[in-house]
Design a protein around this ligand. Structure first.
Ligand SMILES: *Cc1c(COP(=O)(O)O)cnc(C)c1O
Length: 427
């Protein structure tokens, strides 16, 4: 059976003479020894390269969707590389602000923004608020009135498109909680309503049809479906959202950010849309930039059934397999190019049978207890979707660059787990 497909690893991966993997000059097994496991390791130059590629592919404006991976270092990095930042909650807004990102470089999303969140967005001078529902127009109007301010807004429309992806990742189909339906004149009436409010400036139309979409035709289709509407209302910008897929396992391939931008631009040109085109990639910026390191513990062979290899993390650092049935690869950090001829299921330490990291994994035959294994393509929706389930502390995040390893988020401690618990005051 096969070695790990190299294209799943971060850009600056190299094999050392002894067969072990280094990223940006840092040996993975050394990082595990220094920072412990589980550990998220991000290739900083890889992240910067993807941001630059996005800025080049969408010269009119591109925002990094922070929900894919967010901490102060990442917010700064995306900002430094010229991306705006998408935030969708007061919490994401707070992190972006604490990172020093100016309000005008932020785009505020969300299908249920609270009045408090709208106030915070207005207060921060957020560059664009993306209105998601009719009711939000009223709420925003009254928040602006109270603050004596104005806001630039886009309207998120739901084009009624079935993007080819997992049901939970599909956001542009007719039956969705997101956006204002394009059909039946609903989006057009939202435009009229927004234009009747003096404190709102309509700067564009927004659509985001789903995530982990591999076929750029889904995006071209969105542009086609929106063309007549966007042209008729004469708005300055059209945002096509994010959603570009990335390969996670052997045999998968995805278009590059550059291909994606070219496909969207040609669809826009073909339909005669004159608006500027914006985009909001999340996953495509960060997913392949990281690997997660784990230490193997219990190895259980069930004769005639399968072998379970347990590691020291699980659904608390990567809930995607249990949420979506997502597939991943696994490799041995000390032997990255070795043939992986032993089928195993890589599982976590949580009290849950669904706590799986790799359903159908392959590892080299000599894998032992105490080995460092790694799962590639874990830079998106792992750290941000993690939890404290079973009171398992969340892993640290390390950025590696030019032989240096910089810890940007420390490991959670057992005391951190009690930081919000008021019970101690009473004993
Ligand atoms: C999630 C999301 C994105 C980013 O999606 P990816 O699949 O990570 O690229 C962009 N825009 C909006 C509105 C989103 O909800």
């Amino acid at each position: 059976m096969s070695a790990l497909p190299w294209h799943l690893l971060p850009d600056n991966s190299t094999v050392d003479r002894d067969g072990s993997l280094s990223i940006a000059g840092c040996v993975l097994t050394d990082l595990a020894a220094e920072f412990g496991t589980p550990l998220f390791v991000y290739d900083e130059a890889h992240l910067r390269t993807r941001c630059r590629e996005a800025v080049a592919a969408f010269p009119d404006g591109v925002a990094y969707a922070t929900k894919a991976f967010l901490c102060i270092a990442m917010a700064r990095l995306a900002h430094e590389e010229g991306m705006a930042l998408d935030v969708a909650t007061g919490g994401e807004l707070h992190v972006a602000r604490m990172a020093g990102v100016p309000g005008e470089r932020l785009v505020f999303h969300g299908n249920n923004k609270s009045t408090t969140e709208l106030k915070a967005a207005v207060e921060a001078g957020v560059g664009t608020i993306v209105i998601d529902s009719m009711g939000e127009i009223d709420r925003l109007e009254s928040v602006l009135e109270g603050a004596g301010k104005t806001a630039r807004v886009m309207i998120r429309v739901n084009p009624g498109i079935e993007a080819h992806t997992h049901d939970f990742l599909r956001t542009g189909a007719a039956d969705s909680k997101f956006g204002i339906t394009l059909a039946d004149g609903l989006a057009a009436s939202a435009v009229r309503r927004v234009r009747s409010v003096p404190s709102l400036e309509l700067v564009g139309i927004h659509a985001h049809v789903g995530s982990q979409v591999f076929d750029v035709a889904s995006f071209s289709k969105t542009v086609e479906v929106l063309a007549a509407f966007v042209t008729s209302i004469e708005v300055p910008a059209l945002s096509i959202g994010g959603g570009l897929g990335v390969p996670y396992v052997e045999g998968e391939e995805a278009p590059t950010i550059t291909d994606w931008g070219a496909a969207i631009r040609s669809a826009v040109a073909a339909t005669g849309i004159e608006a500027r085109v914006h985009a909001e990639p999340g996953r495509a910026i960060v997913a392949q930039g990281a690997v997660t390191l784990y230490t193997t513990g219990t190895i259980k062979e069930i004769p005639g059934v399968r072998t379970y290899v347990s590691v020291d993390g699980g659904m608390s650092d990567n809930p995607r397999p249990v949420l979506y049935g997502s597939g991943y690869e696994v490799f041995l950090a000390r032997a990255v190019t070795a043939d992986r001829d032993r089928p195993v299921r890589l599982v976590g330490k949580h009290c849950e049978s669904g706590d799986v990291i790799v359903w159908e994994g392959k590892v080299p035959a000599d894998l032992e207890v105490g080995d460092i294994v790694a799962t590639p393509v874990t830079g998106a929706y792992g750290h941000t979707m993690g939890s404290n389930y079973n009171m398992v502390p969340r892993p640290p995040v390390v950025f590696v660059n030019d032989g240096d390893a910089r810890q940007v988020v420390r490991r959670e401690t057992h005391d951190d787990l009690l930081a919000r618990d008021l019970g101690m005051d009473r004993v």
